[in-house]
Write a protein that binds this ligand. Sequence first.
Ligand code: SF4
Length: 384
Amino acid sequence: MAYMEQIDSPLLPETLAVAGAFDFAAFTAADVYGALGREQLRPVDLAALLSPAALPLLEYVAERAQAATVKHFGAAVTLFTPLYIANYCENECVYCGFNCRNKIRRGRLNETELADEMENIASTGLKEILLLTGEARRQADLDYIGRAVAMARNYFTVGLEIYPLNTDEYAYLHKMGADFVSVFQETYDPEIYATAHRRGPKRVYAYRFHAQERALRAGMRGVAVGALLGLGDHRRDALTAAVHAALLQKHYPGAEISFSVPRLRPYARDTLTDKAGLNDPRGFRLGAGVGERELLQVMLAFRLFMPFAGITVSSRERAGFRDHVLGLCATKVSAGVKVGVGGRTLAEKGDGQFEIADSRGVGAMRAAIRTRGLQPVFKDHVYV
Ligand code: SF4
């Protein structure tokens, strides 16, 4: 599309070439032990840890991962919450409640509502927020997002999970007060990507892939990388996401790179399980092949491959699982989550994106972190 900036970057071919080089079925227990014995893991070691051969050895992998987490993060677990400011979207992503074909309530928060929601969040003690929108450049335009960021920076460190932008647009939002950008490729498999994203600007795979680089070139402090596990082959997607993250770190050594590990979730008008198969052209099934054990395997492998990278565990996962991975490999957790537009101080103005599995508020999450002997952290950096 004409407005989409193209940047000069070797990352896409490099990422796909490295991540496509391994056959997960070929790895053995010896390869997994070999990977665990290395100080610094190579992509082949990461592939071994993601392979079926590593599943029976997960306890050993977890021991190493926990040691790495303690070494790099101590007992700290950072808390944040998402704030959906708008849910308009022009894309038809088959797995998402905001899919433009879904007849849901759409809305965006006005300035009074933004202020009320932010005050409410700030009153819980949180100091980090993630502002989210769907992809609709008219209804959630850059000016609107910029104003929301400027309001949020009065209370919080501000991260963004919005549609991909050009470098100058990221620079504008950075100037307004945002310093972190999350963009998930959903799946790195170009064929499945094309099938899962049936309409809209998101169909342009390369523009999405290069979003983190544009954000970093625009001055953002950090970026998050991830795949929606269950859309494609979760092992290949996890490997590719990690290689993508490692190459970003190599090319932008001062950047804070982190991972998210979302799994597919149902949503209110769930066309993934629609009997008519309306939006289910490839038979996508929720979390297909990605149980909690497989998800844990991915998180542990990420921890060992990039020991210093933050890993966020989503409220898509149940409380017991989230508690288990804190301190083991996860370093960041959301609390008091609402996935509709508003919903804290006003009735939701727009329907939610997906179902959450852990609805604990900030107090309960803080207590859960302490129960595990860990330290809840509300702010992990200051600007000087
Ligand atoms: S995943 Fe994002 S881009 Fe796709 S429909 Fe949902 S909100 Fe829109």
